[in-house]
Design a protein around this ligand. Structure first.
Ligand code: FE2
Ligand code: FE2
Length: 278
């Protein structure tokens, strides 16, 4: 996305140079407006279930400390930098009002986020969630035509991959303590993949849409759904399916030869699930 005439950017998520944003380039990109605002909602609301999750691993103080001090901190920071980007580029959008409505709705949905029956399986499920976010930001960084956003998405992607690596390592630790069969792991992964497909993202986008379009009648969502379908179509072209498949297969610990054989068909299947490539 960068060309050689642009200055090399060397900042991190602690000091995003919002004043350097090329507002002209990004302001009219409706897709980016929705994706950035929607992602900021979900990341900030992570706070709702993190404490519950952290508590689940109370047999391992080291894991709890990492979750509390690194993981939780980084997830919410993702939300704050995306929020600030959104407020900077689209100041007419009432972010706070939309977030409040989203939060009220979302907190009802995620009262007791069902944890997996064992810690080992929960770690496998966390790998799925991080795969989802890492691949989302990978696609966003490709989709972004504005350098500050592209770099921001790239940095968040790196954090998500790092989270994945931690969860994967903890998954292996628990599996050693409590040997868990591949089928159980496969089912836990499958459950999360299916769950992840709709609800959170749709709830977030809906609340962005409602405030942006000043919708007072909540019952007719047909136009909203058409818009989502349009975005999905476009997003799919940038979605790194191969990367997603690799990351999802890893906790199954299949022999290398088997992984090579199933990877291709899995990518094809995922393409079909996502609506198919022409
Ligand atoms: Fe995140
Ligand atoms: Fe993450």
């Amino acid at each position: 996305m960068h060309n050689s005439t642009q200055p090399v950017m060397q900042w991190d998520l602690n000091q995003v140079p919002y004043h350097d944003i090329d507002i002209q380039a990004v302001h009219s990109r409706e897709d980016l407006f929705y994706l950035v605002a929607g992602a900021s909602f979900i990341e900030i609301a992570a706070d709702l279930y993190t404490d519950n999750l952290i508590q689940y691993f109370n047999d391992q103080p080291e894991i709890m400390a990492w979750l509390e001090e690194h993981w939780k901190f980084e997830e919410t920071r993702h939300g704050y930098v995306l929020r600030d980007y959104s407020k900077h580029v689209w100041p007419d959008f009432d972010w706070d009002r939309a977030y409040q409505a989203f939060f009220n709705d979302y907190s009802l949905q995620c009262t007791q986020d069902a944890l997996e029956p064992t810690r080992c399986l929960e770690m496998a499920a966390r790998c799925v969630v991080e795969t989802g976010t890492a691949t989302f930001y990978q696609a966003l960084s490709e989709l972004a035509n504005e350098p500050v956003l592209a770099r921001m998405a790239g940095l968040i992607r790196a954090d998500e991959i790092n989270h994945y690596k931690h969860f994967y390592q903890y998954f292996r630790l628990y599996r050693e303590m409590d040997p868990t069969g591949r089928i159980k792991v496969f089912r836990a992964i499958g459950r999360r993949v299916l769950e992840a497909r709709n609800s959170d993202a749709e709830t977030a986008l809906w609340h962005v849409y409602r405030v942006h379009r000043n919708i007072t009648n909540d019952s007719d969502k047909s136009e909203f759904r058409e818009m989502c379908a349009r975005f999905r179509q476009q997003f799919r072209q940038y979605y790194p399916l191969g990367m997603a498949t690799k990351m999802l297969l890893r906790p199954l610990d299949l022999p290398k030869a088997v992984t090579r054989v199933v990877e291709g068909p899995l990518v094809k299947m995922a393409e079909r699930v996502m609506g198919g490539k022409q």
